[in-house]
Structure formats: C-alpha cells, structure tokens
Design a protein around this ligand. Structure first.
Ligand SMILES: Cc1ncc(COP(=O)(O)O)c(C=O)c1O
Length: 431
C-alpha cells in the first residue's frame, strides 16, 4: 500500500485519537539496524528507537533467528504451564538487576508491569497509599493514568483512590523556584510532606522513573533517590522503580538507570527495551515481597515463549557487545555534541539525560522559558526532510528526545548531530 491509501484507511477504520508525528504521518515499511524505510522507499536514521524499545537495532539477525526458531517450536503456553524460556529469562533478570531483586512475573506491557507492582506493594504492606511524582508517566490503564501526572495523558479522568503526587526534581523549571545545589535538594522533602499530610502516615510504595521519560528526560540530582527512598522506608513503604524507559543499558555504564543513584529498589518494572520490540513487560521483586502475594494470578499472553526468546537473544547481544559500556562512550559523544549545538542556538534552553537518553528542552526565550511548541514542530519537519527521526515529550511537548538504538556508532552520532545542527539553524531563524 502507498502512503495515501494507508492514511485514508486509517481515517476510516482506526480511532482518530491515534497520534502521529509530522504534518504528513510517516507509514513505515521495514527496518534494518539503525535505519527505517517508509513505504515510498525513503531511508531514515532512527534516533528514537521505536520509543526507546529497539535496543539492538531493527530486525537484529540474532533476535530474528531466536524468534523464528521459537515460532517453529511453540508459540503459546499462557502462565498456566511452566516453560524453559520463562525461567531462563527470570534467572537472567535476577542476575542483571541491582540488589536482591530476584522473583519475576511477566506481562505484555509496561502498563501491566506497573499495575502488578502497585498491587504487590499494597498486598505486601497492607497499605493502600502510593506516592508518585508530578510529570511522571506510568501507562494507560485506570491505575497507570492515575499515577501519571501530566494533564495531557490523563484523558478520561483519573479515578483510582490512594494515589498522591509529590513535587518532582525538575531542576530546569524548579517547582520551588530554587537552583541546585544551593537548594539542598529541597524537592526531595516534599515526599515526606505528602506522606504526613494526605496519607494515614503509612504507605504502600513510592513509584518513580529514574529519569522521567515521557515527562521530558527530567534527571534528578545525584542525592535525590537516596533521600527519598530513606523517607519512604521510614514510613513503611516499598520503592517501585519504573525502568520501562531507563532499563537495559539505555543510560549507559549500568544495566539499569537507578544504579546511577546507588539505590536498591524493592520492586522494579520493565518493558520496552527488554525484547527489542516484541511485547513483553516484567515486574521483579525482592523475594520476601514477591512471596507475600497470595491468591490467583494469571496472564494469557504474559511471558509467552516467543517474547521470552526475543528477550533472551536481546540480552545476549547486549552482553556480547558490552552495550552498557558502549552506551556510556557513545552517550558522552552525543552529549558533548548537543552541548555544542546548545551554545549556538538560543531556542535550546536545556540539555539533559544520561547515556543514549538525551533530552533537549526548547524555549522561545531563555529568560522566560516559554515552551517552543511551534518551533519543535518545525524542527521535526526539518529533521525528517534530512532523513533523521527523533522523538519528543515533556508536559508542554517541547522536549526533543534523542534515543537511538544502543548499537549506534560514533559516525552515526556525528551524522545525526550535523543534521540537528542544520535543522536548529533553520528553526532559530524563525524566532
Ligand atoms: C516510564 C514508563 N512506564 C510505563 C509505560 C507504559 O508502558 P506501555 O506503553 O508498554 O504500557 C511507559 C510507556 O511509555 C513509560 O515510559
């Protein structure tokens, strides 16, 4: 089908709330490594990685081979029957996750992984109250939309009781109008204020992303999680770390984002990068917490043999190619290049993130920090025309998200930086 036919059929048969990037949406046909091809045969360097999902490149031959082999053997079991891939993957996650995280349950998405994490924390502690952070994103179920704290993603009205939001460590737009490090990370104290004022004084959990992804790559200062997690434990709560975006080497050096803050979660959720694009979510917990959940639990598709095979192959490639270290090196080059671009264009207010998870907050004026909404739309068209795909996020939709597959080379980063430089120059002229 050509572009026109796909877009017409989409209008006719799909819900109009399907959001797409670009004035003229971009129907894709195939992918290969760092590249995506549209249905007209145009090639794009992919610097969004299927929303931080395609960890080892599109259609990686080893992942494809593992999927094909499993599809020929057994496609479906449900969680009613044990399967070799299922236990192998759980064992591998216990090995690569920090601290004492050990026992997993598998699902199909990050939303379900977060649902299960909150359920587990509530059952394990006997408390209902959960603290999440403003600007966070947790998924699309009723509970996950309630945990989410961005008005744009709360369509339908949030309705799950017992969820409360604390201030987030958004240094560029500090909610306390202070600045780091003079602030003494005062925002971290808000978690205690919330616990003491709007809960019974005992909580089930604190749930947070190490770097807020959809929120626009908001990166907490080094002390943040140490302070908050100590508070959370003081009030009987568990720390649920949402690694859906930050997991599997994305932030460089480590397997998981939270390791940069030296804090050990009690429960961790994952999805996206775990299986290179095959649907899979996981909730892993320390044994004494996992063991507290009683009653019936099932997932028809959760942890199916094909997705688990894809995850095992993806993690094997990451280990063979030492990707967390590679990401650290490539991330340093990318960050350096972005900082240089920031020097040239006032439309860039902030560059932040870790590893291959770099955000560029665009503003119309560096003093007022007015979000550059029209300008980011322009940047998207300008980069697409030059053959580069990027992502965006942030409460105001003004943060560029740069997240190539983790196998990206220095040459590809330099090429992407060149395109970004030209595209920003074009946008800057319109200010
Ligand atoms: C941090 C985080 N948690 C949870 C989710 C929900 O994952 P899914 O879309 O797989 O349900 C997302 C999705 O973007 C996410 O970024």
């Amino acid at each position: 089908m050509d572009t026109q036919t796909i877009l017409e059929k989409e209008k006719q048969f799909l819900w109009p709330v399907h959001i797409h990037y670009y004035q003229q949406p971009l129907p894709l046909a195939h992918g290969d490594g760092m590249y995506l091809y549209d249905v007209e045969g145009n090639r794009y360097l992919d610097f969004f990685g299927g929303i931080l999902t395609v960890s080892v490149g599109h259609c990686h031959p080893k992942v494809t081979e593992a999927i094909q082999q499993q599809v020929r053997t057994l496609v479906h079991t449900s969680t009613l029957y044990p399967h070799e891939n299922h236990v192998k993957l759980a064992e591998k996650l216990a090995e690569i996750t920090p601290g004492r995280l050990q026992k997993s349950y598998f699902w199909n998405s990050g939303t379900e992984a977060n649902e299960a994490a909150v359920l587990l924390a509530r059952e394990a502690t006997g408390c209902q109250d959960v603290i999440a952070l403003r600007h966070g994103y947790s998924g699309r179920s009723a509970l996950a939309t309630t945990l989410t704290a961005q008005s744009t993603w709360r369509v339908g009205g949030a309705q799950v009781l017992g969820i409360h939001h604390a201030l987030n460590p958004y240094c560029y737009r500090c909610p306390l109008k202070s600045s780091y490090p003079q602030c003494g990370v005062a925002c971290a104290e808000d978690v205690e204020q919330v616990i003491r004022t709007v809960t019974t004084g005992r909580i089930a959990a604190f749930l947070a992303e190490p770097i807020q992804g959809v929120g626009g790559f908001i990166t907490p200062p080094p002390e943040y999680f140490g302070i908050v997690v100590e508070t959370v434990r003081k009030y009987g709560g568990l720390f649920i770390c949402d690694e859906v975006q930050t997991g599997f080497g994305r932030t460089g050096k480590f397997w998981f984002g939270i390791q940069h803050w030296g804090v050990e979660p009690d429960i961790m959720t994952m999805a996206k990068g775990i299986a290179n694009g095959t649907p899979l979510g996981a909730t892993i917990a320390i044994p004494e917490v996992a063991d507290k959940l009683k009653g019936l639990m099932i997932s028809t598709f959760g942890g199916n043999p094909v997705s688990c095979a894809a995850a095992l192959a993806t993690i094997a490639v990451m280990e063979e190619e030492n990707l967390p270290q590679h990401v650290e090196q490539m991330g340093t080059i990318l960050r350096h290049g972005l900082e240089n671009i920031k020097e040239k264009y006032s439309v860039i207010g902030d560059v932040r993130g870790k590893g291959l998870m770099q955000g560029i907050e665009m503003v119309r004026d560096r003093q007022t920090k007015e979000p550059a909404v029209r300008e980011i739309a322009h940047l998207f068209e300008a980069t697409r025309q030059r053959g580069l795909l990027i992502g965006k996020g942030g409460l105001y939709g003004n943060v560029v998200r740069i997240t190539p597959p983790l196998v990206v080379s220095q040459h590809e980063i330099e090429y992407a930086l060149e395109i970004l430089d030209h595209a920003f120059a074009e946008v800057q002229e319109t200010l």
